[in-house]
Design a protein. Structure first.
Length: 117
């Protein structure tokens, strides 16, 4: 077993983005060999990249307000929302509020997160 408090995990800037931070809570380095659990913080006016990739995401919004964009659609996000992004589905998380947008996000991978290699 492994327990960590998110406040004790270093926040890394998300590569290629300004105002987006990620904390790698659970990953291969602590024994989670199939799934990473990450905590994202998106500052007001910032967004994650508009991207698509092989792995799917499961997301849970903790605080703030934003939108999920992609595939010609847009969904409003608020605390308590759960999101599924399928494999190869175009997606982007945008903070549209006045406070940071925070969400938990899973990623299926056996690799260590890039900043921890």
């Amino acid at each position: 077993m492994y327990v960590v408090n998110s406040r004790d995990v270093k926040a890394y800037p998300l590569k290629g983005c300004q105002g987006v931070w990620v904390r790698y809570l659970l990953h291969a380095g602590v024994g989670a060999r199939r799934i990473q659990l990450r905590l994202f913080t998106v500052e007001p006016g910032s967004s994650t990249p508009l991207e698509r990739h092989e792995h799917e995401h499961e997301v849970y919004v903790l605080r703030g307000e934003g939108v999920l964009r992609g595939e010609g659609r847009e969904f409003r996000l608020r605390p308590g929302d759960a999101v599924f992004v399928a494999s190869n589905e175009l997606h982007q998380f945008v903070n549209t509020g006045a406070e940071p947008l925070e969400f938990l996000c899973t990623k299926e991978t056996e690799e260590l997160p890039e900043p921890l290699r």
